[in-house]
Write a protein that binds this ligand. Structure first.
Ligand code: ANZ
Ligand code: ZN
Length: 812
């Protein structure tokens, strides 16, 4: 490299992109790799705007990790693809009036061009595009495996309907009552739909979480979404012997149940409507009209006029109707225990209903009429008095069962996965309906069921998908009886496409099966997966489910797809999440053109802890540009001076300092990168450069090489260029992470002057880590032979410590 020539990042990027492609350095041998490491990042859906700097933030962080693992001796497989089916792409195509399959080609080209510019070590021989028949053939195959295992079913159900997207949504795609994509208010509709029975895997999905190394908040989100609650089903009888069953997680509070509350939609309310007072009827009508309640709002209710018997106390308690009890959960009826449940407490206070404490409460709680929600010692509860509600759950259940009052019951929040979409742009569901034979899967030999190119792909909004208008597509022979039959015209939810793509990457060229067994054995489960936490209960849950199903079908020999998962943070601009509507989206191309990929990558990684995200600012990127320039000048000037004369180090002390700086940095950066603390890793490299600049001693090319290797995951092009200039063999990216010397890192000691009443009497050596431990330093001083001699017979009245410098014993 010519030091005087201006550094042209564009030329250098092109040069190395070409060399990397030729040398296949990022294309591990799928069959022969000795130390395989599958480094995966969530593949993007190709949006019209192209790659967003937020995507780039995610991909760079994942790539830094992959490059680090390569330096650590692994053969790293880092694939990329496009999750291009789905509403998002289709909506854009609709907006600009292009067929989604035509738009897909345009988006693909644009995305891949951009993805080639960001300096990631992608294996470009193994891309996966979910909308291509050679991929969705196997998505359809997967659907059929689930059907054959009895895990796919078409049934009529109340489903979420987005009036704007004109399709149904899975529960996971509804956020506080709004459509995840377009924010429209979601409606409930009765429709016949395909479901995957993910609920059969609730316990499996919970149990597996304990065995995987994932970002804790994502595990918590999954646990909450599965929402297992163990409790009891308890039967209350009304005065006229009708039964009202309630689900409770706190059967231990049964003796404190002072009223019941039913949802306005409860069967008991419906069947006794004639006997209800006018004002009660009015309340019910209004509540039903209001529909879904806002749980944050004040609770309302009305006394039904009926009473029930508490089966434990045998007391008569009033039956209320209230809007805080939801029909869709439990039995739609609750036993209210105001003393120990906040919602019931609020309700009881408002309507002046009795509050009865049945657990030992802290001093004063009852006098002040406070709600006490913890478990504890049971009181005033007949046989149960003295039991501990935290530990005697099973005793309580047995008691209820003996008396035939209740049974043990477990509830889950998780619902079955709604898989069908009444849209065009997805994999056709590979099922055929015959009036005689019912639902039949398309024979595997006939896969893929090609998505036909149709003109009228607009969603109809009638609950029927656009494919229904294509009679050539619809009418087929029944695979079972050869009679006339009809194809399913709904398409698969896009989350099915992405639920298994990681299985396809190592086997992209395999044509006769979705994934090759020996390759799968070699590369899976994924060693490291990085992506957004927003997919906690969507993609990350569905992928686990699909993997578990395939495991149970003996098609895989592992049941968790991602051994390690880390969620990255969000990139913020001007205080808000980047979004097109806010007009604060940053396009990475502009910055790559202006500053180069190395600078943008390093800047993004320097913004803050990778798992917490950061704030994108133009001023910051210039600082990073200056830093990389400094590194370049530093290396280049040393190469130049080495070439002139081999300078011999003048100062041995300085040399050991350099050794130490290097060891400290190599160790620190390694730990930081391992833990995705890229910002502090870069800070340590910056510090090293400062140390080296300040040092007078010569720096060997060996040192320079170590420096360049450490920086290589962040700035892959510049470091290749410097590596070459340093005469390095092969690529910097196929080197080994530098070793460091523990002995150079050995603890530093410093000297403290010990005075006795202001007179210097000796020096002691103290470890740096003890600099703040005055007691330890006093002890060391007193144990020193010389000093202890001076102190003999004297009385210490005061000790003054000047940190790191002087210890003064004031004596009389
Ligand atoms: C009595 C009780 C006493 C309760 C107490 C709690 C505390 P999770 O954990 O979410 O499953 N509940 C049951 N069905 C309901 C419905 N349809 N609408 C609103 N609330 C309902 O919560 C179960 C608890 O939520 C149940 O336990 C019930 O209140 C309430 F000190 O029963 B509990
Ligand atoms: Zn048939």
């Amino acid at each position: 490299m010519d030091a005087k020539k201006k550094y042209n990042h564009k030329e250098i990027q092109d040069k190395w992109n070409k060399k990397w492609t030729e040398s296949k350095i990022y294309h591990p041998d799928m069959e022969g790799a000795k130390n395989p490491y599958y480094n995966l990042m969530m593949f993007p859906y190709p949006s019209a705007e192209g790659l967003h700097v937020g995507n780039m933030y995610a991909f760079t962080g994942a790539d830094v990790y992959g490059r680090f693992m390569r330096l650590k001796g692994h053969e790293v497989f880092e694939p990329i693809g496009l999750d291009g089916f789905g509403i998002h792409s289709e909506n854009y195509a609709l907006k600009i009036g292009v067929n989604p399959s035509d738009q897909a080609k345009i988006s693909e080209k644009r995305f891949y061009e951009q993805l080639r510019m960001i300096g990631n070590s992608f294996d470009w021989d193994r891309t996966v595009e979910t909308y291509k028949p050679d991929y969705y053939k196997w998505t359809q195959w997967l659907f059929i495996q689930l059907f054959k295992a009895g895990l796919a079913e078409k049934k009529k159900a109340e489903v979420n309907w987005c009036p704007s997207c004109k399709t149904v949504l899975a529960d996971e795609q509804v956020l506080s009552g709004l459509c995840e994509r377009c924010n429209s208010k979601v409606e409930q509709k009765q429709l016949e739909q395909w479901f995957f029975k993910i609920t059969k895997y609730s316990d499996c999905l919970l149990e597996g979480l304990d065995r995987i190394d994932w970002t804790e908040k994502v595990k918590i989100a999954q646990r909450n979404w599965i929402g297992k609650s163990e409790g009891a089903l308890i039967t209350f009888k009304t005065e006229n012997s009708e039964e009202i069953k309630v689900f409770t997680t706190r059967p231990d509070t049964l003796f404190g149940a002072t009223f019941l509350v039913l949802s306005p939609e409860h069967q008991f309310v419906k069947s006794s409507i004639d006997k209800l007072d006018q004002n009660v009827k009015k309340y019910i009508t209004e509540a039903l009209e209001k529909g879904e309640v806002d749980l944050e709002k004040e609770k309302t209710g009305v006394f039904s006029g009926f009473y029930a018997i508490n089966p434990a106390t045998k007391e008569k308690i009033p039956v209320w109707i209230g809007d805080y009890v939801l029909m869709g959960y439990g039995t739609g009826a609750i036993m209210a225990v105001p003393a120990h449940d906040e919602r019931d407490f609020e309700f009881a206070k408002k309507y002046e209903l009795p509050i009865k404490y049945v657990l030992a409460t802290p001093e004063g709680a009852e006098r002040e009429a406070e709600c006490y929600t913890h478990r504890g010692q049971i009181k005033d509860s007949g046989d149960w008095t003295g039991w501990d509600s935290a530990f005697d759950f099973h005793k309580i259940i047995s008691w209820l069962e003996d008396k035939e009052i209740g049974t043990k019951e477990t509830h889950y929040h998780l619902r079955d996965w709604l898989i069908s979409r009444q849209r065009y742009w997805g994999a056709p569901i590979p099922m055929i309906h015959c009036d005689k034979c019912g639902w039949q899967p398309v024979p595997e030999a006939d896969l893929p069921v090609i998505l036909p190119y149709i003109k009228d792909f607009k969603p109809l909004g009638t609950g029927v998908a656009p494919l229904a208008g294509d009679s050539d597509f619809v009418n087929v022979k029944c695979p079972n009886c050869s009679g006339p039959a009809k194809r399913e015209t709904d398409v698969c939810d896009t989350f099915l496409d992405s639920s298994w793509y990681f299985l396809r990457y190592p086997s992209t060229e395999v044509e006769d099966k979705p994934f090759d067994d020996s390759r799968t054995k070699k590369w899976l489960p994924v060693n490291m997966y990085i992506g957004g936490a927003e997919h906690s209960v969507l993609h990350l849950l569905y992928s686990r489910f699909v993997t578990k199903v395939l495991f149970d079908q003996k098609l895989l020999d592992f049941d968790e797809p991602f051994s390690k998962f880390r969620a990255h943070g969000l990139l913020i601009k001007d205080g808000g999440k980047m979004s097109k509507s806010k007009g604060n989206v940053v396009n990475p191309d502009e910055y790559i053109n202006k500053y180069g990929a190395d600078t943008l990558r390093s800047y993004l990684m320097f913004l803050g802890p990778y798992d917490q995200g950061g704030d994108f600012r133009d001023s910051g990127i210039e600082g990073m540009e200056r830093f990389l320039k400094r590194v370049r000048r530093f290396v280049e000037s040393h190469i130049a001076s080495e070439n002139q004369s081999k300078t011999v180090s003048a100062n041995i002390l300085d040399d050991s300092k350099i050794e130490k700086s290097f060891s400290k940095t190599i160790k620190g950066v390694g730990n930081d990168v391992e833990n995705l603390r890229y910002n502090t890793a870069l800070a340590k490299i910056m510090e090293l450069i400062n140390d080296l600049n300040a040092s007078k001693s010569s720096i060997s090319s060996d040192h320079l090489k170590k420096l360049v290797i450490m920086l290589s995951p962040f700035a892959p092009y510049l470091t290749e260029e410097l590596w070459e200039a340093l005469g390095g063999k092969e690529s910097v990216h196929s080197q080994s992470w530098p070793e460091f010397s523990e002995s150079a890192l050995a603890e530093e000691e410093f000297k403290i002057a010990v005075q006795i009443s202001g007179k210097l009497r000796g020096l002691i050596l103290v470890a740096s880590s003890d600099a703040d431990d005055q007691a330890r330093i006093e002890e060391l001083a007193k144990n020193d032979e010389k000093i202890s001699g001076y102190l003999e017979g004297l009385k210490i009245i005061k000790v003054i410590y000047v940190r790191g410098k002087i210890l003064n014993f004031v004596v009389t």
